[in-house]
Design a protein around this ligand. Structure first.
Ligand SMILES: [Zn+2]
Length: 241
């Protein structure tokens, strides 16, 4: 048969373990959040580079279209030059010459646009090369950070499992009645369920407790509660700072 003092000690140990479980679980959640943020950042940058690549494809497509148009024009010019040799009338000759001139003018514009397009393609390719290299190093950096976070999570999960085992062991050490009382209190209070009373003050709600109750606490003859916050309280010598 353990004493009330022992029971309180078990509860205090249990509570410290529970707090540690909470802290560790919050660490896990924070690390997982970090991983999500890293993934999002990498995905965002990847989609930016993809968009740049799509823009480059569009430029190349436009260039190929101009090129095709230019080929058709050149073929037309060649054909017209061919025709010139067999024309019978001056009028026809002039008309074909005019046609050739117009097509040449059109094609010269197209060639100018092709040159512009080529310059754009070149600069876009340069930008993509730079951004792709930046992306690779950024993703690598993210991977490293993620790996470190994942390792920490794995370790923290092991810690939580070990702590939870200790929590169960500690609960098993307490009298069933004590556990029943504890669980009832936990349902009604937020945060700590077991708190010391120091210098006639409940350390849970920081209200003064009656002097008589404070004296009773020192006897450790039963589990007592703060009259204000209903937490389990126990006597603890005032620490001199
Ligand atoms: Zn209280």
């Amino acid at each position: 048969m353990t004493t009330i003092e022992d029971q309180i000690e078990i509860l205090v140990t249990w509570q410290a373990l529970e707090l540690e479980v909470g802290v560790t679980e919050r660490q896990i959640a924070a690390r997982m959040e970090e991983i999500t943020v890293l993934d999002q950042a990498a995905a965002e940058r990847e989609s930016l580079v993809s968009a740049e690549k799509e823009a480059l494809s569009a430029l190349k497509k436009a260039y190929r279209e101009l090129e095709a148009e230019s080929k058709i024009n050149l073929a037309m010019i060649a054909k017209s030059n061919e025709k010139l040799r067999s024309v019978k009338t001056n009028k026809e000759y002039q008309s074909i010459l005019k046609e050739i001139e117009e097509t040449e003018k059109k094609n010269s514009d197209i060639e100018d646009r092709m040159l512009e397009q080529l310059e754009l393609i070149e600069s876009q390719e340069g930008a993509i090369t730079t951004k792709a290299a930046q992306l690779t190093s950024f993703v690598g950096n993210c991977q490293e950070k993620k790996q470190a976070a994942e390792e920490e999570i794995q370790q923290a999960r092991q810690t939580v499992a070990a702590l939870k085992e200790k929590v169960e062991q500690t609960r098993a050490e307490a009298a069933p009645q004590t556990i029943a009382t504890l669980d009832r209190v936990r349902e009604t209070v937020r945060g700590m369920a077991v708190v010391p009373a120091q210098g006639e003050t409940c350390m849970g709600c920081h209200m003064n407790i009656p002097a008589q109750l404070f004296n009773e606490l020192r006897r450790y003859d039963e589990i007592r509660f703060c009259p204000h916050c209903r937490r389990i309280i126990y006597w603890k010598e005032k620490e001199n700072a």
